[in-house]
Design a protein around this ligand. Structure first.
Ligand code: MRU
Length: 378
């Protein structure tokens, strides 16, 4: 086993640069993003002055992860309004930038609705102020949701794994980089770390865009967690060796029946977890639950370009010149690729869904509807 118990405690804490912030320089309002395609090599900011730039940042995953997409979408509407662009057109473009994470449309709809209501009574400047206030509310609520999910998740881990010393496997990236707060699943792992209960965070590299190896490991190192990165295919032998006590993942959309869409590779982990009698826990705010999507088969799964699989094309891999778009080939020229960004785990494989409003376990349609109805923001 790779062993990194000695992982540095230096720099433990929050990100140096927040994943996203609103600024109002004299030239006009901007949305500043931490460009996640360049991590962990460098912390570079991306300044969006208009919605097309933000849409591009969403599509290229410079800004990503379900809760952060909701926040970015809401600020995007505020940006369009503040800069005098067509707000309806902007809202449409933002909502359609990526199809699976339901939070994106949720954030966009909230800011656009606030804009419309205020515009009707007071005109464009009042509408713009209302859209910004709503974006700030979405942002603040996410911070609070993150804290509550961490509390509920930590308590649940205590019940599921009474012996402590948790060895937790996670997939993709679910920490401060995807949130106004400390995130979803990674916030729970961080709470366990702070309470001395985390023995090891197993970090799936998360092919093809390496959100685990690049981003979760970056966050784990900054917060002093003992972590080990593994290739996605190594998870099976880790379970077989009895090295995983629980799986904690986030979600991009949870259907009304409790089916969970999350980063591709999550479903195989759920199957492994069931076979090996390991709890499989999903941590997501109620804004990720889409009660209008009846079941897993109804969730639209984003299909991404095949080159992400057949080439290494992330800027941090390629270094200077990556902007040219040409990647380093790792498959024969012309190879076809299957590249869904997400997969769907059926509810019967999910031990619990942890939300800010409480824990749903067992995962049932009624249980999910109930927790959403008690959420402050439903
Ligand atoms: O394609 P990405 O990087 O946006 O995918 C993100 C994930 O799948 C996360 O696990 C999910 O959004 C949950 S984040 C709290």
């Amino acid at each position: 086993m790779g062993d990194q118990d000695e992982v540095s405690e230096k720099g433990a804490g929050a990100l140096t640069i927040p994943s996203l912030r609103w600024e109002e320089p004299p030239e006009g309002p901007v949305l500043v993003l931490l460009d996640q395609t360049r991590l962990p090599a460098e912390e570079v900011e991306l300044v969006c002055t208009d919605v097309p730039a933000l849409v591009q940042a969403i599509r290229t995953l410079a800004v990503r992860g379900a809760p952060l997409l909701g926040i970015a979408g809401a600020y995007g509407v505020a940006l369009a309004a503040a800069r005098g662009f067509d707000v309806e057109e902007a809202a449409e473009a933002l909502a359609q930038a990526r199809p699976t994470a339901v939070n994106l449309g949720y954030g966009v709809r909230r800011a656009a609705a606030a804009y419309r209501a205020a515009f009707a009574g007071g005109g464009a400047p009042v509408g713009a102020a209302a859209a910004l206030a709503e974006a700030r509310a979405v942002h603040a609520e996410d911070i609070e949701a993150s804290t509550r999910m961490a509390q509920h998740g930590l308590a649940l881990l205590g019940e599921l794994l009474p012996g402590g010393g948790h060895r937790i496997l996670t997939h993709c990236n679910t920490g401060a980089l995807v949130s106004g707060g400390e995130g979803t699943a990674l916030a729970v792992a961080l709470a366990a770390h702070r309470s001395g209960e985390l023995r090891r965070l197993w970090v799936d590299e998360t092919r093809p865009l390496l959100q685990g190896a690049r981003l979760t490991a970056y966050e784990a190192a900054r917060t002093g967690m003992a972590y080990t990165v593994l290739s996605d295919g190594a998870a099976g032998s880790l379970f077989a060796g009895g090295e995983v006590d629980a799986v904690l993942i986030g979600a991009d959309r949870i259907a009304a029946d409790g089916s969970v869409a999350n980063k591709v590779g999550s479903y195989p982990l759920a199957v492994l977890a069931r076979y090996h009698h390991v709890p499989f826990v999903v941590v997501a705010p109620t804004s990720t639950v889409d009660l209008e999507t009846e079941e897993g088969a109804d969730i639209e799964v984003e299909q991404r370009p095949g080159q992400e699989v057949t080439e290494f094309s992330l800027p941090f891999v390629q270094g200077p010149g990556a902007e040219s778009g040409a990647g380093i080939p790792v498959a024969p020229l012309g190879a076809q690729a299957y590249n869904p960004a997400f997969d769907v785990t059926p509810p019967e494989l999910v031990t619990a869904i942890v939300t800010e409003a409480g824990v749903v376990s067992p995962v049932t349609r009624d249980g999910l509807a109930e927790v959403c109805s008690t959420s402050r923001w439903s």
